[in-house]
Design a protein around this ligand. Structure first.
Ligand SMILES: [Zn+2]
Length: 402
């Protein structure tokens, strides 16, 4: 902006004027040896006693007659000049980046701990991240250098304070998001998040698990953090009954500890429910349990004869991760290729692809599915064929090499 210098110059002059006015009002009229009445400033040079002949004020000592005259009203006026000066100086910044930009980042961080104000959070988010559409966007790029280490630590502290104080769900979500961005070398945050899991609000509890899971995904949770997270989820497992909660929490449990006996037992027990939504969700989560586990293997084997197609498919998902179970799974997957249910067909195709050359005998059938009526099945069939053929080629190279 070409007129910015006008604002700066004007603001500077106004500031100087304020400074001069303040000096003049407070210090310009010193006694300099004169004796004056401190109330009406009558010259008492000639007076014999301490009583002012003009206004009648009596002072206690002679020294009181030598006070500096201070013009408080003018000093007060000078503050307005300074205010004017500040606003002129800030105007170019506000014109360029909006009025929020004049708040120093450290002020915004401090405000996080004390305020539920939406723009405090949004403005701070804008300063540490490049936003795509909204703060939830996973495409947001967060710059660790946007804040100094001490600022990150300060932010973490204020986020923790905010979690204890504030109730607005939207704001609390933003706090979790901010906490998640705190670089691990500045402040530990897992403990705080784990405490949030125990909150009454089950949606928020899930939100905390999800944040922890993303940290885990980035290798930022220690094994003791993961253990504590699993325990915290198991602690509230029986209390929250919505199928949504159980399905999502089950997923996190297995992700955090895919070998845990207690997780397996708890989930297997919950899967006994008549609620098919819960049962399917739990089995989906459990299919990611550690491969080859004897108890999980026999559990899933027992599911292969279930009537519910989803349960059978999840059982095959788990079992095909263990080559020892291929012989058991192959004929069932072959049957799945003819299933009228498109989901069953595509799932069988995908699992066969994951088995590589062990599924070589299925290639002719997969060729047929390349002309399936469903586009998704056709694509998946092509992918599976590629995977199996690649595995066969690699196998023969291995066999050829000495
Ligand atoms: Zn007087």
């Amino acid at each position: 902006m070409t007129i910015n210098w006008l604002f700066w110059l004007g603001g500077g002059l106004l500031g100087l004027a304020g400074l001069w006015l303040c000096y003049w009002a407070m210090f310009a009229d010193r006694a300099k040896g004169r004796k004056r009445c401190p109330k009406c400033w009558y010259n008492m040079q000639a007076a014999e006693n301490l009583r002012c002949p003009e206004c009648g004020k009596t002072v206690k000592t002679k020294r009181k007659l030598q006070k500096t005259r201070r013009r408080w009203r003018w000093a007060f006026v000078s503050m307005f000049l300074w205010l004017g000066s500040f606003s002129l100086e800030l105007t170019p910044t506000v014109r360029k980046d909006g009025w929020k930009s004049i708040f120093p980042t450290v002020v915004l961080i401090a405000a996080v701990g004390y305020s539920d104000n939406e723009w405090v959070f949004n403005t701070l988010t804008d300063r540490i991240a490049e936003r795509n559409s909204s703060y939830q966007s996973s495409f947001m790029y967060v710059d660790e250098d946007a804040l100094e280490d001490w600022q990150w630590r300060f932010l973490a502290k204020n986020c923790k304070r905010s979690l204890q104080k504030h109730r607005s769900e939207d704001r609390r979500k933003q706090v979790l998001w901010l906490l998640e961005q705190v670089p691990p070398y500045t402040e530990t945050i897992a403990e705080t998040l784990i405490k949030v899991i125990a909150e009454d609000n089950s949606r928020f509890s899930l939100e905390a698990m999800q944040t922890l899971w993303r940290l885990h995904d980035r290798d930022r949770l220690s094994s003791s953090d993961r253990e504590a997270t699993v325990l915290a989820i198991l602690e509230i497992w029986g209390e929250k009954y919505t199928h949504h909660f159980h399905n999502e929490a089950a997923f996190y449990l297995v992700q955090f500890d895919p070998q845990s006996r207690i997780v397996f037992k708890t989930l297997r027990a919950t899967a006994q429910t008549d609620d098919i939504r819960v049962r399917r969700g739990i089995l989906t989560a459990l299919s990611e349990f550690e491969s080859g586990d004897p108890q999980a293997t026999s559990f899933f084997q027992s599911l292969l004869s279930e009537e519910d197609i989803w349960s059978r498919m999840m059982a095959l998902s788990y079992l095909t991760r263990d080559p020892k179970q291929y012989i058991l799974c192959l004929p069932l997957l072959e049957k799945g290729l003819d299933d009228p249910n498109m989901g069953a067909r595509s799932h069988s195709v995908q699992l066969l692809g994951s088995m590589g050359k062990a599924a070589a005998a299925m290639l002719p059938k997969l060729e047929i599915l390349r002309k399936d009526e469903n586009e998704f099945v056709r694509d998946e069939a092509q992918k599976a064929i590629d995977l199996i053929e690649k595995s066969i080629t690699e196998g023969s190279i291995e066999a050829d090499s000495p």
